[in-house]
Ligand binder design. Sequence first.
Ligand code: DGJ
Length: 584
Amino acid sequence: MRMRFCYGSIVIFLLAALAACSRTNTGTSTDIPHLRKQGTATQLIVDGKAFLVLGGELHNSSASNLEYLKPVWPRLKAMRINTVLTPIYWEFLEPKEGQFDFSLVDGQIRDAQSHDMRLVFLWLGSWKNSMSSYVPDWVKTNQDRFPRAQDRDGTGIEALSTLSAANRDADAKAFVALMRHIKEVDGQRRVIMIQVENEVGRMGDTRDRSEAANKAFAGPVPKELLDYIGSHKDTIHPELRKAWDAAGSLTSGTWEQVLGKGARTEESFMAWNYATYLNHVAAAGKAEYPLPMFVNAFPSGPNRAPGMYPSGGPVPEVADIWKAGAPAIDFLTPNSYDPNLTDLWTRYHTANNPLFIPETNGTTGAHTVFYALGQHDAIGFAPFGIDSLGVPPGTGTPTAPADLPLTQSYEIVTQLAPLILENQGKGKMAAVLVGPDDPPQKIPLGNYVLEVSYARTRRPPIAAPAKPAAGGPPALRSPAPAAAGGFPGAAQLADRAGALFISVGPDEYIATGSGPVSVAFSPNTPGAPIAGILSVDEGTFVNGRWVPGRRLNGDENGQGKFLRLGGGTSRNGPIQRVKLYRFR
Ligand code: DGJ
């Protein structure tokens, strides 16, 4: 008996030790961060639970020095940021070919751990904003071995060519070393996703003009792509479908035979080449450690032709080519500096692509997080240049984190995160961005239609948009830095209010946002024709549990006429619960 007990204990002990080892060292496939569908939404699962990325992306070179980052961490934590998007530079990771230095990787994982934050690593390998500024010296200085893209006159540019297996394999080798290392050291799963490269594409031209590229462009469209187009013809982008149909829906032929002559065809050719290159890199990395991986785009737009944004990057017009060429990339994301975010995000949030915002303007767009989460089930949101948000140049005093609009938005979303995650993909959430000049917006949600109007108490004016710097027409440059809201339309964006609604019962909503908005309700189902407000309560969520504050049934809701978010003389709280009833 004694003996048996003893053996049993040993066996249990060994099994427990084994389980602990597999958790801390390599992990099981279920506890590695991964994506999972919930209804129509795609969620990021971290530590076995759905996770909302309330992020911020560092300036490009901030992560090249761990000392520089020391005071940044506590400030980001105080801003309620839970995830830092931070670069890993090929030049530091592999300073000599085959010799790896993981000190910046390890340092950031360690610091994220001590601040209880997560990381999204941005792999700055072959390209950063279409150029190859972060490749190691041994790559930069060996043009024969690592060929560059070329201009029309045959001059090389400081951007590696996609048409080179040597470029691709060298990048993939470094990326594999990175992913293997993360797997070995990151038992606590601090690193939750990877962005592969940054804003890839050919800038200033529609395609690479190197000899290898000319030859490939004059050659056949790869069969895999044509098969994809043929088998997805009913769902591909209308422009791609139109071009393919117009050329005779061919199942073989050169790029110009299959898609016609023009800038979009050259862009499609580049998209295929970037997609397959990045797919090779991502797939090799995933074979080591399969974290979710995405790419980001400098978006196309109504007044921007390919080349005015990086041609071949993951923009909606060529998204199908990316999906066909890069199955190892989980989703395509928009860098979101344009004022028309509603349109941009609708173009990226599609049946086969969830929305994630890797870069946006934290000064003028803090309220847009409500729209991204409520209307588009976004996986997360991250303003760019987060380490300088609210930090004036020179010796000026930084804005206290608590006073930043971004912190205020993130504080609310942190409270609501369990409810938002529970409702993603179920058709129970909606959100609006509404400005002082917009007509009221009608949103059917649950049993009611919500009519959302901008309530005319303006926010304090924001700084005028920065003048474009000299050095090229604005459309040819990258979106402007976050600091002063320096892009056309920043003022209109900042002027809008964001509001998010969750239907939590047949006659009940949780509403939040940045205000100032008022919301009137009307029935959306048969029955008594008038919707009345039974009650509006302000409150907070503490560990996911609703804790009511004041009842707002007086001036605060117009004596039962509407729900009012943001401001108002009685300072209605930012999270409110409204209960409705019907009468004749
Ligand atoms: C977009 C790029 O992706 C970032 O790395 C940075 O260059 C910003 N533009 C600057 O506004």
